[in-house]
Unconditional design. Structure first.
Length: 138
């Protein structure tokens, strides 16, 4: 905005910038910083189940709340699986930080995606066999 806004101009680091554009850019930066800081604080101080209950009370669609709940529960499983795969790669001499070994973690991520997808299908079938009908019990 400071480059294209009209109005009085000022010199900053050799660039001619609009004063109203600089004020608007500062306001946008401040709002973004406050939003990120408050979101991180909220996420760090609130339990995931409380967040999901709050979203339900705010009348967020039930399907989206369920998807988010499954994602929160399953994230730990996928993270643990990835850490086991990294241990296996390192024990075979792969250094994931080295650019010459980057294809190995990339293939590992692909394998992790397939494993996660298949595990998700098995979990869904297990839920159906236990009476899941599209809504979680309260």
């Amino acid at each position: 905005m400071p480059f294209i806004a009209t109005g009085p101009k000022t010199e900053v680091l050799g660039l001619s910038l609009s004063e109203p554009g600089l004020v608007a850019a500062f306001g946008l930066l401040a709002k973004g910083t406050i939003g990120v800081a408050s979101s991180l604080t909220f996420a760090a101080t609130t339990e995931p189940d409380d967040i999901l209950r709050g979203l339900e009370r705010l009348r967020m669609p039930d399907l989206l709340v369920q998807i988010m709940g499954f994602m929160i529960r399953y994230l730990d499983v996928v993270t643990a699986e990835w850490s086991r795969m990294l241990v296996a790669m390192r024990s075979r001499g792969c250094d994931p930080r080295s650019p010459k070994h980057w294809p190995t973690p990339a293939r590992g991520m692909g394998a992790l995606f397939i494993r996660s997808y298949e595990r998700g299908e098995r979990i869904h079938l297990a839920m159906l066999s236990r009476g899941y009908n599209g809504s979680l019990p309260r």
